[in-house]
Design a protein around this ligand. Sequence first.
Ligand code: UN1
Length: 517
Amino acid sequence: MSETAVSFGIDEALKKLGLNQINEGTSTGSNNFGSGDAIASYSPVDGALIGKVKSTTSEDYEKVMQAATSAFTEWRSVPAPQRGEMVRQFGEKLRELKEPLGKLVSYEMGKSYQEGLGEVQEMIDICDFAVGLSRQLHGLTMHSERPGHRMYEQYHPLGVVGIISAFNFPVAVWAWNTALAWVCGDVCVWKPSEKTPMCGVACQNIIAEVLKENNLPEGISCLINGDYKVGEMMTTDTRVPLVSATGSIRMGKIVAQAVAARLGKSLLELGGNNAIIVTPDADIKMTVIGAVFGAVGTAGQRCTSTRRLIIHESIYDQVKEAVTDAYKQLRIGNPLDENNHVGPLIDTDAVNMYQKALEEAEKEGGSILVEGGVLTGDGYESGCYVKPAIVEAKNSFQIVQEETFAPILYLLKYSGNVEDAIAQQNGVVQGLSSAIMTNNLREAERFLSASGSDCGIANVNIGTSGAEIGGAFGGEKETGGGRESGSDAWKVYMRRQTNTINYTTELPLAQGIKFDL
Ligand code: UN1
């Protein structure tokens, strides 16, 4: 472990999370059998090696699937409230380990420590939600058209849920899926991003302890590690009825096709290109806070990050000045130092994409308002720190149409009424999150109406990021259509069965069909 790492208390955090320098990346609890090449995890914070995790071979994968499928036959028969009790205990463990896990998230992924803690809080919140849900997996009852018949529906566990998650929320997205899937009676096999494998092992260690303490089969929670080839083992595997995948649109299209080819179900949570509309009736102070946090939080690497500000021409200069001024206050540096607002990007590939996007924006006629650039020198040795940039652009620019996972904010102008702004907001292929800043009720309601925002999330006087777990999370169009976490998102993790019971001595047919023998 590097000296820098020690000074952040990372060593202590790793110890509390049961992590070693070499970790088994394929695991069902204590039964570790990862035998592939080791994946090294380097921190974008200081470039230090955090540890290594062994990748999953196809033989390892078979063992994992055997453990998972056999655990399912037991787990599906455990009453749902008892499954909820296991999730409650998991949430308790997360409360105890919130700080070390938040620190690891910050150190391995690069987001600020506050955001790392926030991510663990999302895990705790979804556990609480799932515990309540474990007594509310309701179906409906219907009135049969036939006399003496009862009709109702019920939800049963689905089976093995495959989870593919991204580096930017290395722990929370797993928990959104698992907490629900577990109370629904499913078992989970998780492939975390190969950029944040230590977070994966840390989570697996926590749940493995809960399973052991409760004498439950360890196959309820399985971990596999590696690149897209390991993900492919799940997407093509008929033993995995549901694959929940978070990541790029490109990845989502590959996953969706592979799963659909075997008529499996997929839950996709893909890229966003989120905008805030700023109308003449906006509260400028609130707009600035929402826009700046949305654009530079997690260094612009949330799928909900604010990428576009669509500002009415009458207040354009005022908003532009206020946002530019706010950018001058931003401190970029070690995310574990709570004085800093912006940490590093995940790796130097991300830095290259950020630079390329800025070049493209200029080439297409954009004008740089707040200059970007890669930071060098003391504290920036990892080469992953960049300056948040602002570019005046047009929605029609190719680069504005794309999601660049970096802190680049495009300022766009609209004239006329709010419909013009909504048309720009909707004028991209992605449909995750959107917001309007206005104190005008008519504008707000128009934005939320059927001819308003076409996104899965539409907010009024709130930024585009930072959704609560209680609502269904996800988006439309190329964002993939999936919904995770709150509301009735649980239904995708279960199979629905319609039951009709005849308690008479006759056998009347539906639709009044006569069939006498
Ligand atoms: C993501 O970036 O994949 O709404 C998830 C938010 C967070 C989740 C983001 N609660 O910004």
